[in-house]
Design a protein around this ligand. Structure first.
Ligand code: MG
Length: 251
């Protein structure tokens, strides 16, 4: 395993990649409403990314056919945007987005309610987001990678939620997926030492029911095995000498 330490120049570019991605996310958030298709959201977001002169990094990644992963209700991640998939009142929708700015990647995900959603669905969304913030309390020198995993796991556990084990976070930089893998569940080992200049995409994927997931026949869409709702929250994070800097949460 080789974990890259970014140069000052690379960090500057990743800051900009993150700032632009947050704008993309905000545009998509504003576009979510009952009646819109996930393909329309994909087109809106791609236009914003292209307008910045950037490239959507999910498009054609291992053959992924669209620019964003848009996953509805029991879909955990990697939902393929489709004209047929129309959002309706009460759905929850996870949008995973990333772009490349001057060769450097950013990656972030959010889950939103569509119109009015149940308190149970809102709690799942809120807890998944909080899992991320619990995790990054340990995203600093002097700590080990798997302390992040444990903090995410423990917070989700305290609500009886299932922590997805088949998919994990990752390092990010010149490539979308770099070492190290970042599990969202407790590990026996402590993991690598965290060092300033590492950039990590930390991304809890939390199910209202059990932790198990299955892949649909499209070979992409991951759903909960028990049909329960799932939420996703992700940011690209820079390890510094002090507090972590969240590169995709700048505005
Ligand atoms: Mg990611």
């Amino acid at each position: 395993m080789s974990v890259t330490i970014k140069s000052a120049r690379e960090i500057e570019l990743m800051r900009e990649a993150g700032r632009l991605l947050e704008i993309v996310h905000n545009e998509l958030k504003d576009a979510i409403r009952p009646g819109i298709s996930t393909l329309e959201l994909d087109r809106i977001g791609e236009k914003v990314i292209r307008g910045f002169g950037c490239t959507p990094n999910f498009l054609n990644y291992n053959g992924f056919p669209k620019s964003f992963c848009i996953s509805v209700n029991d879909e955990v991640v990697h939902g393929i945007p489709s004209k047929q998939r129309i959002l309706k009142e009460g759905d929850i929708v996870s949008i995973d987005a990333g772009l490349i700015y001057k060769g450097m990647h950013s990656d972030a995900a959010r889950t939103y309610g569509v119109g009015q959603i149940t308190p149970e669905a809102q709690q799942l969304i809120d807890v998944t987001r909080e899992c991320f913030f619990r995790g990054i309390q340990y995203a600093k020198p002097g700590h080990r990678l798997h302390e992040i995993s444990a903090a995410i796991n423990d917070y989700a556990d305290s609500f009886g939620y299932g922590v997805v084990r088949d998919l994990v976070g990752h390092g990010i930089g010149k490539a979308l997926h770099e070492d190290p893998q970042i599990p969202n569940f407790r590990q026996k080992s402590r993991g690598i030492r965290l060092i300033a200049g590492m950039t990590l995409a930390i991304e809890p994927m939390i199910n209202a029911g059990g932790a198990d997931v299955v892949w649909l026949d499209d070979d992409w869409t991951v759903v909960t095995e028990d049909g329960s709702l799932s939420a996703h929250y992700e940011n690209t994070v820079l390890i510094t000498d002090g507090e972590p800097e969240i590169l995709t949460l700048s505005c």
